[in-house]
Design a protein around this ligand. Structure first.
Ligand code: UDX
Length: 434
């Protein structure tokens, strides 16, 4: 199969490289000339474990290439994937589809033989219909169909998520679209990954429903954690106790400072808006979105409380800035709200993150950045763990204690055991455990 991937951002690049690795011939297209020039030189613009090797190997095998020339890539493609950004539109929370529609128009102008146009970008229900209309109006003579194939990739684990997915969802109303998509995913089919074939609108909604459900699990366990702190229970055991029930499932029940990242906050809001527009509000998801944004700010109060009621003129060491480990992504990271709230009440912040400090510098000001965890902690009044990088799990706790001015540790990811921390003399607080 010949594939054109429009948009060489996170989803486009990972999907393009993985399709090439299956043996397809993939051309990744991007408007950004510098990005394309960098990719041709082997410079990968995003942080994703294993992606640089995967790209290099498939470029070497001449299955993967990069270009700014959309026309050339589309003309020869059997399937054209749209993987451009769908940010939250300023003001109303709806997904901004201007990049998707612009791509559809450009693709239409270049269509030759029968082509399947596939949306990989997360798009609201009905977007496939709009794309169909744009292409039809631009090129009434074109032979094509529009298919929805949402991605379920986690940053930091995107390659294995792509290659060993729990499922693939394909929304194709035209049987020819279904046929081409079966070919595209044949390597995974043989691997027994289930493919859910459905209508285009159903596939579009399935993506939002999946993310909203996962966000709901997190918001639920976070509220249970707050209750655990009040009643003297342990949220980790509650998670285990309920998660072993197959109907509930043990994943996404880890309590923490609230979810962040490029998907959950944006997609829950977009789903809320779509549901309101259709007069069928999703009250649970509305509550989840609101609980989560309040929670991130409330985490600063936890730190203030641990510091005896005030952090004015105190120096707080923050370990972890990215919204989760194994990524440099700071989008909607809890660290942003927590640090802003602490600074607003007079705290001085020192910080270290293994990957995201460049990104953080563009978003957060007045922070002293350090090159490693121990330098960051030195002579500070409290240590706050915001992201659960593996490197923080095995810190030398005696050295940490000796470095801190006061032995206060606020662990927002429950990476340490309370009894060990207490036995070492820390004033330790965590999430949903006493
Ligand atoms: C998510 C979805 O998992 C993926 O399928 C979708 O396509 C894109 O959005 P991602 O944003 O990369 O992926 O990260 P994920 O690992 O799902 O974590 C999202 C957020 O939830 C993070 O802030 C994480 O810290 C938080 N989280 C996750 C919890 O607080 N507790 C959990 O148990 C799991």
């Amino acid at each position: 199969m010949k594939i054109a991937m429009i948009g060489s951002g996170y989803v486009g690049l990972v999907s393009g490289a993985c399709f090439a690795d299956f043996g397809h011939v993939v051309t990744c297209v991007d408007k950004d000339e510098k990005r394309v020039a960098d990719l041709i030189d082997g410079i990968i613009p995003i942080f994703e474990p294993g992606l640089d090797q995967l790209v290099a190997e498939n470029v070497r095998q001449e299955r993967l290439s990069f270009t700014t020339d959309l026309k050339e890539a589309v003309e020869k493609a059997d399937a054209v994937f749209i993987a451009v950004g769908t940010p939250s539109r300023r003001g109303d929370g709806h997904a901004d589809l201007s990049y998707v529609f612009a791509a559809a128009k450009e693709i239409a102008q270049s269509l030759r033989a029968f082509t399947v146009v596939v949306t990989k970008s997360t798009v609201p229900v009905g977007t496939g219909d709009s794309i169909d209309k744009i292409i039809r109006e631009t090129r009434p003579d074109a032979d094509y169909c529009v298919v929805s194939n949402p991605e379920f990739l986690r940053e930091g684990a995107a390659i294995s998520d792509f290659k060993r997915p729990d499922r693939i969802v394909v929304g194709a109303d035209d049987p020819r679209g279904r046929e081409v998509m079966t070919e595209v995913y044949r390597p995974l089919y043989l691997n027994q990954s289930p493919i859910v074939f459905t209508s285009r609108r159903t596939a579009e909604l399935t993506k939002y429903a999946a993310n909203a459900f996962l966000a709901t699990k997190i918001a639920f366990i976070n509220e249970m954690a707050d209750l655990c702190e009040k009643v003297g229970a342990d949220v980790q055991d509650v998670s285990r106790g309920i998660g072993l029930d197959n109907r509930i499932g043990s994943k996404f029940l880890h309590a923490g400072p609230g979810y962040g990242g490029s998907c959950f906050p944006k997609d829950t809001l977009a789903l809320v808006k779509t549901a309101q527009d259709f007069g069928s509000p999703v009250h649970i998801v509305e509550a989840v979105a609101s609980i989560n944004s309040t929670r991130k700010r409330m985490m600063a109060n936890k730190v203030i409380h641990a510091c005896g009621g005030s952090v004015r003129d105190k120096t707080i060491a923050v370990l972890g800035l990215a919204f989760k480990p194994n990524t440099d992504d700071m989008r909607d990271s809890p660290a942003i709200d927590i640090i802003n709230a602490l600074q607003a009440v007079g705290a001085k912040i020192r910080a270290f993150d293994p990957a995201s400090m460049d990104q953080a510098k563009a978003i957060l000001s007045d922070i002293q950045y350090h090159d490693n965890a121990y330098d960051c902690i030195e002579q500070t009044d409290a240590l706050v763990i915001v992201t659960e990088w593996d490197a923080f799990r095995a810190l030398d706790l005696d050295r940490v204690k000796a470095s801190l001015k006061t032995p206060i540790v606020v662990d927002l990811r429950n990476i340490y055991r309370p009894e060990i921390m207490q036995s070492k003399g820390f004033e330790y607080s965590s999430i949903g455990r006493v």
